[in-house]
Design a protein around this ligand. Structure first.
Ligand code: HEM
Ligand code: HEM
Length: 193
């Protein structure tokens, strides 16, 4: 089934969810491989960075598709639970969507090199765009070096602590539903049998 039903996420929603999860894993692996296992100014250091940027940009594209798809679809009915649990799930998912938007955005805006998208085509860095000229340079009167500071702060501190803790909590909640509560929460996100 392509579309969601009241009892299951459809093929498209599941593909987008699990592709995003995989891309997160790849984006983290690439950036920490670069930081922990490569020397500055080597080819592998550059490749790892460019892979991080490429995975991140892909996540940004997928989240746009995902939000459009969500709006044009029914949502599976939540499993029975307390009002508090439903609220927690709701705000948890909202926070994950915020991460899916804010991380690629701050990453792109704060990066001083162009993205060589999987070494296939080039996406200009933000500082080279007319939007940067208009909004940041002319209107706000900031140089890229000034503008970059808050972007990097959100991206790096967020990415290093908040984001993966949120994802860990999310995955733990899914397992808690499956193993402890024995409800259909996780099954709804898996291929139907
Ligand atoms: C959801 C998508 C993304 C996630 C989860 C993510 C996560 C991270 C993390 C965890 C770090 C390392 C933080 C640290 O230094 O402790 C990082 C660094 C970085 N990210 Fe991202 N990022 C994403 C997307 C992007 C995008 C789209 C770009 C640019 C187009 C980007 C550019 C960078 C840059 C330049 C660094 C610094 C690399 C370094 O110092 O080695 N990121 N990101
Ligand atoms: C092993 C890792 C993961 C597992 C087991 C998992 C499991 C699930 C499950 C079971 C749901 C359905 C929840 C419900 O309908 O109440 C869900 C929804 C969701 N997941 Fe994950 N997930 C994982 C990773 C991720 C990652 C890495 C992200 C993004 C950063 C993410 C973002 C979301 C979002 C935004 C929703 C809400 C979908 C919606 O209702 O529109 N998940 N996940």
């Amino acid at each position: 089934m392509m579309k969601n039903t009241p009892t299951h996420y459809g093929y498209i929603a599941r593909a987008l969810h699990w592709a995003t999860a995989l891309l997160f894993l790849f984006a983290y692996t690439a950036v920490y491989y670069r930081q922990w296992f490569t020397e500055k100014d080597t080819a592998i250091n550059w490749t790892a960075l460019q892979l991080h940027l490429s995975f991140g940009v892909t996540i940004a594209v997928l989240v746009v598709l995902r939000i459009c798809w969500r709006w044009s679809n029914v949502q599976p009915t939540p499993e029975p639970g307390s009002a508090l649990m439903h609220k927690a799930a709701h705000f948890g998912h909202l926070a994950l969507y915020a991460v899916l938007i804010i991380m690629p955005l701050t990453g792109y805006l704060g990066t001083g090199v162009a993205t060589e998208f999987f070494f296939w085509f080039e996406i200009p860095k933000f500082a080279d765009t007319w939007l940067f000229q208009l909004l940041i340079q002319d209107w706000a009167g900031l140089s890229f070096e000034q503008f970059e500071v808050p972007m990097d702060f959100i991206h790096k501190e967020g990415g290093a602590y908040l984001v993966w803790l949120l994802i860990l909590g999310h995955a733990a909640a899914a397992l808690y539903h499956h193993i402890k509560l024995k409800d259909r929460t996780l099954l709804k996100m898996l291929p139907p049998r």
